[in-house]
Design a protein around this ligand. Structure first.
Ligand SMILES: [Fe+2]
Length: 279
């Protein structure tokens, strides 16, 4: 789907809201088969354990952001399972596509009721812009001209709103050689737009299956753990980490501040086959 700024943005709640609460659940890698495992870990089980932890938050999130690689096999069954699960959680949910996803199939199955395909949200004093960095049949990411133009137009139109930009692929190196080779290829073009607009407060992504948080030129650049297998920070080659599955909780304040924390599940046994050398 092409985003079009001329389409009405999705307004989530009144602009008087002084804090926007978000749970980012990412890289769930769900298979069509309920028994499907990534590196020996059942991805549905860990996804559900992560979502159950989200529901225990003292402050229920206003919405969920699912930031790509929602399915491992881009199957309708995987997306249908996710849509049903989000519906059952009863939290509005938005998504972007990752390299394992099929955006058209997602659009078909993750666009119903409180599970929404909207890519431009106006919420509280904020706007959230969701970009599609996926490239068909490629692992790396790229933002098409239309995605960059969508970003540019949304930023130019809403200069009075703090902005969080969301995509799947990392638009900056996270310090892991193998992963940084499969990040966002046209990151310079992306950064040029971000640098130009001083109301961008944060950039948020998935893909790297690990925690990352740096402030660059006053903007928070943030990545988060996967709801299934983790990758080892700083590794040269593929390496699975022993850390538990998790998610990120974010508070976006009306003054533009972002407060955020990663939570990991600690109440279930999980098995990862660390002998596997690829993913
Ligand atoms: Fe992933």
């Amino acid at each position: 789907m092409e985003n079009n700024i001329e389409n009405l943005p999705y307004e989530l709640v009144p602009s008087r809201m002084d804090v926007v609460r978000i749970a980012q659940v990412t890289d769930s890698h769900i298979f069509s088969d309920p028994e499907g495992c990534l590196l020996g870990l059942n991805t549905r089980e860990s996804f559900e354990a992560v979502c159950e932890r989200v529901l225990k938050e003292e402050w229920r999130p206003d919405f969920l952001l699912a930031t790509g690689d929602l399915a491992q096999d881009s199957s309708p069954e995987a997306y249908k399972y996710l849509a049903d699960y989000f519906m059952e959680m009863s939290i509005p949910s938005f998504w972007v596509a990752g390299n394992h996803d099929n955006p058209d199939t997602m659009e078909m199955y993750l666009s119903n009721g409180i599970v929404m395909a909207a890519k431009h949200l106006l919420v509280g004093k904020w706007q959230i812009i969701l970009l599609d960095s996926s490239v068909a049949r490629k692992v790396h990411g790229h933002l098409s001209d239309s995605q960059l133009s969508f970003l540019e137009k949304a930023l130019a139109r809403h200069t009075d709103r703090h902005t969080l930009v969301v995509l799947h692929h990392q638009p900056t190196d996270v310090g892991s050689t193998w992963l940084d080779g499969i990040g966002l290829k046209n990151r310079e073009e992306f950064s040029e737009v971000i640098d130009k607009h001083k109301h961008v407060r944060g950039v948020l992504w998935g893909h790297v299956h690990q925690e990352f948080h740096e402030v660059i030129n006053g903007v928070e650049w943030i990545a988060s753990p996967s709801s299934c297998v983790q990758f080892t920070p700083g590794s040269v080659d593929f390496s699975a980490d022993k850390k538990a599955p998790g998610y990120r909780y974010l508070n976006l304040f009306a003054d533009g501040r972002i407060e955020t924390v990663v939570h990991r599940i600690d109440n279930i046994e999980f098995t990862v086959d660390y002998s596997i050398k690829g993913y």
